[in-house]
Design a protein around this ligand. Structure first.
Ligand code: AVI
Length: 317
């Protein structure tokens, strides 16, 4: 397990990855850099948009179907959530766990964004008999707590969809290595579906997803001394059936040269040139089973909504 990222090393990673990504013939920046304070706020707003069904349906599944797994969780005394967001899904899960158990429970939020973890923990403070912990770092920095009877790891919100399939397998293998035989992983997958529904989810009418993507330019201006003008780029979100993912791009509206103070380098963007900023992979049932198998897990149960839009899949080592 690596040591937690300090803000300093995170800034260094950002500058290194931007420099590397913008020097590629197909320019790209990893989507994890969306989530500065403003980006995390915009993402929370996305989850409230009518078109962005993912969060609404996942919450519905957790609210209406999690109790089917109650007997499996009787020994679980520790919950570890990777990328907890605003804590609203943890709240749904913890409400049920607290009603099933009289004993105390530990909850650990693991995220690279300190402000996101803080927001999540603030929401959960109302639960009595719940001990709260925060771990600021990426998912790989998590140190396995000892002395528990069983843990439930949560990797919700289709966060796995933002990883390339080979990275997703590798990340899940790493998570599996810190799990014991009494532990479970509950993981959220957005399903393959009607392309019009997918496209609308990443192109909401209010323009929040557009603002979320363009905020990456603002972040490069603030953190790396770049000189982007947001109006000189447009957001383009499209489904690629060859890879099975929604893909987001920032498209240059003109020929332009952008200087980065901290990198002491300029980058050229031609009219129509794209920066690839996100993949959101969509999974079929078969692909979920394959991923579990490749990462060394057994699928215990799949919880779906009635229209099969989203799946929360429960895995064991
Ligand atoms: C965080 N992640 C699962 C979101 C997704 O759907 O891929 C991020 C997002 N990007 C645009 N809208 C939402």
């Amino acid at each position: 397990m690596k040591k937690p990222n300090s803000n300093l090393s995170h800034d260094f990673d950002f500058s290194f990855e931007v420099k590397f990504g913008l020097n590629q013939s197909q320019k790209r920046i990893p989507s994890k850099y969306f989530y500065d304070q403003k980006g995390s706020h915009l993402f929370n707003l996305i989850t409230e948009q009518e078109e962005y069904y993912l969060t609404r349906i996942e919450k519905f599944i957790l609210e209406s179907r999690l109790s089917e797994l109650k007997s499996l969780f009787s020994h679980v005394d520790e919950i570890v959530e990777f990328g907890p967001g605003d804590g609203s899904k943890a709240e749904i899960i913890l409400k049920q766990f607290m009603s099933w158990k009289s004993l105390g429970l530990n909850y650990n939020a693991v995220d690279i964004s300190a402000s996101a973890v803080q927001q999540c923990l603030n929401r959960l403070r109302k639960f009595k008999n719940l001990s709260l912990n925060s771990i600021i770092g990426d998912y790989r920095t998590f140190q396995s707590p000892t002395n528990n009877k069983g843990r439930l790891f949560l990797f919700l919100g289709s966060n796995i969809g933002n990883y390339e399939p080979h990275e997703a397998t590798q990340l899940l293998q790493e998570i599996r290595h810190c799990m014991k035989k009494n532990d479970f992983l509950l993981i959220g997958f957005d399903k393959k579906k009607d392309i019009a529904v997918l496209t609308a989810a990443y192109n909401d009418r209010s323009g929040i997803t557009r603002a979320f993507n363009l905020n990456l330019l603002e972040r490069m201006n603030t953190d790396l001394g770049a000189h982007f003008i947001k109006d000189h780029f447009s957001h383009y979100g499209v489904y690629n059936p060859l890879v099975g993912a929604m893909q987001s791009f920032l498209i240059s509206k003109k020929n332009q040269n952008i200087y980065f103070e901290t990198l002491q380098q300029s980058f050229e963007f031609d009219l129509g040139e794209a920066i690839h900023v996100e993949n959101s992979y969509k999974y079929s049932d078969k692909e979920i089973s394959k991923l579990a198998h490749y990462a060394g897990f057994c699928v215990v149960e799949n919880l779906n909504d009635e229209r099969n839009m989203f799946t929360n899949s429960l895995w064991k080592v």
